[in-house]
Design a protein around this ligand. Sequence first.
Ligand SMILES: C[S@@+](CC[C@H](N)C(=O)[O-])C[C@H]1O[C@@H](n2cnc3c(N)ncnc32)[C@H](O)[C@@H]1O
Length: 281
Amino acid sequence: MNPLERIKSKIRTELGDKLPKKWKKVGDVLIADFDLIPSEDKKEIAEIYASELKVKTVIQKNKVNGELRKPENTQLLYGNDTITKISEYGLTYNIDLSEIMWSTGNTGWRSALSGPKKVKDFYSFGNPKTIIDYFAGIGYFALQMAKGYPESKVIAIDKNPKSIEYLNINAKENRIDNMEIINDDCRNILTKADVIHLGYIGNTVDFLEHAHRSLNTNGIAIFHEAYRNSWLGFKSRSDWIGIPDNFSELMNTKGFSVDKFERVKFYGPSTSHIIAILRKN
Ligand SMILES: C[S@@+](CC[C@H](N)C(=O)[O-])C[C@H]1O[C@@H](n2cnc3c(N)ncnc32)[C@H](O)[C@@H]1O
């Protein structure tokens, strides 16, 4: 029996089709949508999920909100400890899931030089002296870049003090000593860099002007964003056509040429989360 079948076997059959069939396991915390389950059954069912999936806490799936991407009113269904530890590509990340988001879909792309060849090629920039991560969070990308480029200085910035608290813990725990951590708006940082990482979705393009000013000649921006597949020129969901013209043209207006372009993941049926290497013109 698979885990869902085992869970179903322990729950009244009439609730069977209301059970969450998908979940995110982040460290030893489970996030799933129990909205269809009657309130009086939620706790008992969450406990069964916890025991079958071997987690200490179960959280109702919720939205992340606003600029700081904070999870909105966390609802605990089982357990009470929302702080967990994730191990990925030789690093550990501590995170409080009631305060900070964790994007499971970006696994692989967070690996920088420690992961699959496609990602390693993307994150190979020669010998950068300074790398800045504008939206560092708890260190999703910054820690791997600091590990992969031990001779470089990595400046990790985030506006959310809670993320910075965990970023400091994570840098220390992973014995990263080539990182400077700054709690501020990235646009207040005027340090020059050879590489700037923009791991943000929504209005990443608005930060390119500041990145362009801060990059040294021939500097590189690693750009994340989500775009409609139709705008990218993909006719079907899984279509791929190298570097889309619309994207190249847009980046040109921002003073960048596009060296590389890949899909990180699908966002629903019609949108793709993309990553691109932009070179300052
Ligand atoms: C989406 S999260 C990072 C997600 C991560 N890259 C991932 O893929 O899982 C974005 C982070 O950017 C931070 N942030 C948003 N606006 C910012 C700004 N203007 N300057 C610095 N940090 C900012 C938020 O606090 C948040 O931690």
